[in-house]
Design a protein around this ligand. Sequence first.
Ligand code: SF4
Length: 209
Amino acid sequence: MTNELKTSLIRAGVYEYGEVDPKTVEFTEEVRKYCEDNVCRQYGKTWACPPAVGTVDECRERARSFDKMLVFSGKYDLEDYTDFEAIHAAMTGFKSIARKLDEEVKPFLSDYLMLSNEGCGMCEVCTYPDAPCRFPDRVHGSIEGYGIYVNKLAEMAGMNYNNGKNTVTFFGALLYNANHELNTNADRNRATTQGRPYTNRDGAREPRP
Ligand code: SF4
């Protein structure tokens, strides 16, 4: 089972991963306030973001009903921080990583919750709030929308929040109940081949060899 999960992370194209106990993760109104300020323009636009995901208390309770939290990231290179096209491609690319990981774990995890970066983007026009989500089994809640400080979460998981100049890194999490353990906190894992981080700019999602 442990090997299956590790293989899934590599096949999905994650950059780094680490595991934390969801009961030690803070779910805060402060982060939710950033959503409410609508900096990312997704607040109230999709079932994947607040307020549709529920209150922070509800998100905390939902997340803590699982005993494992596997944090994963995607790192993307940019020309510079005005390279909005590449930033948008990175956001979309990371969502694809989370969806790929979802597909990978579905055969062997029956009880899990996947969180990803902001928004959804699966449908051209989201049904929110007029009709139910078209793909409730595939929509991934926003990790920030849950009230999580992603920088703190990365540190807890032994992962890099910032991967250098002219890069952007996105984070997601897989919450699940299982009997297996990943030895990730003691020995940080980088899902890479031959020590070279996989850079998936332009949303490339091929499994590593
Ligand atoms: S799957 Fe479609 S309906 Fe559901 S949250 Fe995403 S965009 Fe909206």
